[in-house]
Design a protein around this ligand. Structure first.
Ligand SMILES: [Zn+2]
Length: 61
C-alpha cells in the first residue's frame, strides 16, 4: 500500500448496532469484526455506486 492511501470506513454492526471502524485495503475491501457479538462484516466497494456488505455470524449463537 502506498503512503497516504489509507481509507477508513465506519459503519454500525447490523446485528448489535455497535460502531465499527475498519481500513479499506487496496482493492476496496474492508473486513471488520464486531467485538461485542463477534460478527464478521466484509464490505467491498465494486464502484462508486455499487457497494456490497457480507455479514458472517459466529457459529455459537
Ligand atoms: Zn455486533
Amino acid at each position: 500500500m502506498e503512503k497516504g492511501t489509507w481509507r477508513t470506513m465506519q459503519q454500525y454492526c447490523p446485528n448489535c448496532s455497535r460502531k465499527l471502524t475498519g481500513v479499506l485495503n487496496d482493492r476496496g475491501v474492508c473486513k471488520m469484526t464486531c467485538d461485542r457479538c463477534h460478527a464478521v462484516i466484509v464490505s467491498s466497494a465494486k464502484n462508486v455506486r455499487h457497494y456490497v456488505v457480507d455479514i458472517k455470524m459466529p457459529a455459537n449463537i
